[in-house]
Design a protein around this ligand. Structure first.
Ligand SMILES: [Zn+2]
Length: 431
């Protein structure tokens, strides 16, 4: 399959190409140019897209979400993290069936595609049966974007599994998922205070053996930091380092309450930090010191977190919130640049010859964006998820003219609305 996209504003490192053209063949970028193709060249392609009035950029990467929570939006109701988990999220999670899990995952994936995401990490919490995990895998394969299922686990506290069960299941899933497929697998310990050092070490080693990673919530609230300090005598990032679970295959989600020495360590060990500004604001958790992390060259990306604490997965809204919170909190309009935030949102990927064709087209000629003086600014402060026109993953279009190509959106919404009414009743949640 050969595709040509022309008349586009194409994002390149530190600049934009005006009226550019990009050629794609068998899932890879074949050529990028600033010239308008002639009729003869255009007619030699199977698929032709005139991108007039649109920005063409690498696909957005949603570094952290929980698909099960697409059924739990709008329920935080002013509760802080731990109260919200105990009163609402855990009871609903305990009731969700395999079919409901699949619908919730389809809804979450469809929403991600709709706002320009080509790659997502789903921290998968509904693990009481293998069928629940399989349901998410099938949903991801149906929607067709790059998805890593980071299988959540905890072996301390009320809700837990035995170490043997956790290891056996992780080993099993690593053999079922293939490293060259769009849907991949990772270990997802929930938090340092709910996981033992010994099992964190074992699962991290297992992930390294499969060239995967450990994906873990760390220091989302000050209360959590205190809990780890009381138990181990160390702050969470230091503790993870001391037990050997902090390296370039570690994804630290949140890192709101990290001190300067922890930031230095995150940079030194080349760990990835997933910044979730909207979720941290909704739950009143705080604002991560992103500028300090950038100063130390910490590898940073953005995540929406689950819709129960966001309450959408709109990565454009997430970019705007990242900018606004940083600037307001640190009283500095230059604290974060539009370009920094856009680069974090695309996970520092670039459109280059030979790269996989994971890209999106965003409509810029609309009432809330025009006139566009600066594309970095317009995309991070004006654009919305609904402005995404086209999403392509490895050369295959999964959103075209704003419509999902792999699933019927109306049917999905109908099925999800029916399912959530039943789930809420069974979990005893009244609103
Ligand atoms: Zn989370």
């Amino acid at each position: 399959m050969k595709t040509i996209i022309y008349n586009a504003q194409i994002k390149q490192p530190n600049q934009w190409i005006n009226n550019g053209c990009i050629q794609i063949e068998d899932g890879f970028i074949l050529a990028i140019s600033s010239q308008t193709p002639d009729e003869k060249l255009i007619s030699s392609f199977d698929q032709v897209i005139d991108a007039k009035g649109m920005a063409l950029l690498p696909g957005l990467v949603n570094g952290h979400t929980h698909f099960s929570q697409t059924f739990m939006r709008g329920l935080a109701g002013g509760r802080p993290l731990l109260q919200w988990l105990k009163e609402l999220i855990w009871p609903l999670q305990a009731e969700i069936s395999v079919q409901e899990m699949q619908l919730a995952a389809l809804l979450g994936l469809a929403e991600n595609v709709r706002c320009g995401v080509t790659e997502v990490v789903n921290h998968h919490k509904i693990t009481r049966s293998r069928q629940h995990t399989l349901a998410v895998k099938e949903a991801a394969e149906k929607i067709g974007i790059r998805t890593t299922i980071a299988r959540a686990w905890a072996n301390k506290g009320k809700i837990n599994e035995t170490d043997q069960q956790i290891m056996e299941e992780l080993e099993e899933w690593y053999t079922v998922f293939h490293s060259d497929a769009l849907t991949k697998f990772a270990s997802g310990p929930l938090t340092p205070w709910r996981c033992s050092a010994e099992l964190l070490q074992k699962t991290h080693q297992l992930s390294l053996n499969h060239n995967s990673f450990t994906h873990i919530h760390v220091s989302e609230t000050a209360e959590e930091v205190q809990m780890t300090v009381e138990e181990t005598g160390m702050r969470p990032v230091h503790w993870l380092d001391q037990i050997g679970v902090l390296d370039d295959h570690t994804q630290v989600v949140h890192a709101v309450w990290v001190d300067d020495s922890e930031i230095e360590l995150l940079a030194k060990k080349k760990a990835t930090v997933v910044h979730c500004p909207v979720s941290n604001a909704v739950l009143g958790s705080g604002v991560a010191p992103v500028r300090k992390m950038l100063n130390q060259d910490v590898n940073l990306r953005l995540g929406t977190d689950g819709p129960a604490s966001n309450d959408t997965q709109d990565c454009f809204e997430n970019m705007k919130m990242a900018l606004c919170l940083a600037r307001a909190t640190f009283l500095d309009a230059n604290n974060l640049s539009n370009q920094h935030v856009l680069d974090m949102a695309v996970n520092h990927q670039t459109l280059s010859i030979g790269a996989k064709a994971d890209l999106i087209l965003v409509k810029m000629n609309n009432l809330h964006s025009a006139p566009v003086h600066d594309l970095d600014s317009a995309l991070t402060l004006c654009s919305r998820g609904d402005d995404v026109d086209t999403v392509m993953v490895e050369g295959k279009i999964v959103l075209q003219n704003g419509k999902l190509t792999t699933i019927d959106e109306e049917v999905l919404l109908k099925e999800c609305n029916l399912a959530i009414n039943s789930l809420r009743k069974r979990a005893g949640i009244s609103i």
